[in-house]
Write a protein of this length. Structure first.
Ligand SMILES: Nc1ncnc2c1ncn2[C@@H]1O[C@H](COP(=O)(O)OP(=O)(O)OP(=O)(O)O)[C@@H](O)[C@H]1O
Ligand SMILES: [Mg+2]
Length: 497
């Protein structure tokens, strides 16, 4: 169906794809795995006509093709859902889906017709998307489905999905895989890029492994396993679980008392109370959109509190600014690294000092100390293995996982007393997951209080010392992450529905 033959693509000095050959059979689900920066997105963006290769050939249905833009690929029935969504926030689902296709004066008519079609498509695949909703009002999981609908609306029968599950909860992943299997049974072909080996094993027929711009393995999924894939991906053995001692919690660092936060659609946090002590990781498990984002953002100072108290080491901090909270020692790894975590057009140095640029170590008399910034950036790059290790690159030139490593590195290097973490390993490769998990446990053991939110139940369960379950803005229970089963927690998260 699709064949990339000897594709090479350079960005400046970086060889993103080095003589890459990948063959995708029709009617299959084909996984592509590999470390952050291995060249997965680049290869697939070439197949979609988004980038032109420097050399090499593309065959589609046996024909040699040359794409000058994604339009050419779309015309052949190729669709792609990108790693970072490309939706226009203040437009509706339908408007986004037909964007670029509309025919001027007939726009209104087209919208109504499209709305009906999208409703039909959405219900057939059980996607549950309201065509009239504004993008900015949707959760990332729903936005993901809009991107999928957009590709399907354009009649794609060859779909490229770049880390589609990174933003989905485990339940959503199940549903999503159901959709992919239904599409395969309709004869469609799917390429899926993912870092989650259990997903590769669960959904794919074949798998390609990339490392450092090269293809290092083509395997039949049925004939491989997680250990072998992990070894091929990072070139060494990887610990696929978290190792930690029991926590030795000390004084209370964070107290949340009867907290209410107003969200976009009514009350998001509805009377929440809990504590986090120094030296422990408190996890919050919940289906996305149940108030966990607003809870973390309120504590970080990004959203205002409508009632209740947030106390840091015994003093109320409700009215403190974000900067004042950072100065107290509160760090925040936000869930949306592109919106909240980075300035994409700024270079790595500027991103490395976001939030701390006014500190004495970084600037004096309003002047930034360039050498200090350079050293600080290099240290983060080195300790957190940000690749390519070039402080002068704009953040947008980093692959998704490397952007995440930069944000995590910046926040951890502040040596916070309280660390608020949302989705810390979203989109990072298995080697980096292992590394970030180890760092979080080290921070805990050195006395940091950590509040962790993750859509990955396995992740919160294995990292947290105490686990709170949130539903509809309320804490509905606390479980012992060691003894509670995933099913039991899942049931609490959904209210037994
Ligand atoms: N537009 C760009 N400008 C400069 N460099 C780029 C650009 N796009 C990608 N690169 C570089 O090419 C290499 C491959 O990046 P790519 O995004 O394909 O990796 P990936 O395998 O998708 O990684 P991830 O799992 O982190 O998404 C990286 O070193 C990246 O920094
Ligand atoms: Mg990528």
């Amino acid at each position: 169906m699709l064949e990339l033959k000897g594709i090479t693509k350079r960005f400046g000095n970086v060889v993103a794809n080095n003589n890459v050959s990948i063959k995708v059979e029709p009617g299959t689900i084909h996984a592509i795995v590999g470390e952050n920066g291995a060249g997965k997105s680049t290869a697939m963006r070439i197949a979609y006509g988004f980038y032109k290769p420097d050399s090499g050939e593309i065959f589609f249905n046996g024909q040699k093709v040359e794409f000058s833009s994604p339009h050419d690929a779309i015309a052949l029935g190729i669709g792609m859902v990108h790693q970072h969504f490309m939706l226009v926030e203040n437009m509706t689902v339908t408007e986004n889906i037909i964007l670029g296709e509309e025919t001027g004066s007939r726009f209104r008519l087209d919208v109504i017709k499209a709305e009906n079609e999208i409703t039909e498509l959405s219900s057939r695949l059980r996607l549950n998307v309201n065509p009239k909703a504004l993008i900015e009002d949707l959760s990332v999981g729903q936005q993901q489905r809009v991107e999928l609908l957009k590709a399907l609306y354009r009649k794609a029968n060859f779909l490229i999905l770049d880390e589609p599950t990174a933003v989905l909860t485990p339940q959503e992943v199940e549903e999503f895989f159901g959709i992919l299997r239904r599409m395969r049974s309709e004869g469609k072909t799917v390429v899926i890029i993912t870092h989650k080996l259990e997903e590769v094993l669960a959904i794919s027929d074949n798998v390609t492994v990339m490392r450092d711009g090269c293809v290092v393995g083509n395997l039949k999924t049925a004939e491989t396993n997680a250990q072998e894939l992990a070894r091929l991906i990072v070139g060494r053995e990887v610990l696929l679980r978290v190792e930690k001692e029991d926590a030795k919690p000390k004084e209370v660092v964070l107290e949340v008392e009867g907290l209410f936060v107003q969200g976009k659609h009514g009350i998001a946090v509805n009377g929440v109370s809990f504590n986090v002590r120094a030296g422990e990781i408190v996890g919050i498990a919940g289906v996305e959109g149940n108030g966990q984002t607003e809870l973390i953002e309120a504590i970080a100072g990004l959203m205002s509190v409508s009632n209740g108290k947030i106390k840091f080491k015994g003093s109320e901090i409700n009215s403190l600014s974000v900067r004042e909270r950072i100065e107290l020692g509160i760090a925040h790894i936000p869930e949306d690294r592109q919106k909240r975590g980075l300035l994409l057009n700024f270079d790595l140095r500027e991103n490395a000092i976001l939030g701390v640029h006014h500190r004495k170590s970084i600037s004096s008399n309003g002047l930034i100390n360039k050498v200090a910034v350079e050293n600080h950036t290099k240290e983060i790059i080195e300790r957190f293995d940000v690749r390519p290790p070039n402080p002068l690159l704009p953040a947008k030139a980093l692959s998704g996982g490397n952007q995440q490593k930069l944000v995590v590195g910046r926040e951890l290097s502040m040596n916070p007393k309280l660390l608020l973490v949302a989705q810390p390993t979203r989109g990072v490769d298995i080697g980096a997951v292992e590394f970030i998990h180890r760092k979080l446990v080290e921070m805990r053991d050195s006395g940091t209080a950590i509040l962790l939110v993750s859509a990955e139940l396995e992740e919160v369960k294995s990292l947290a010392d105490r686990l709170l379950v949130i539903r509809k803005g309320r804490i509905v229970g606390e479980v012992d992450p060691k003894s509670a089963s995933v099913e039991q927690i899942g049931l609490m998260m959904t209210g037994g529905e």
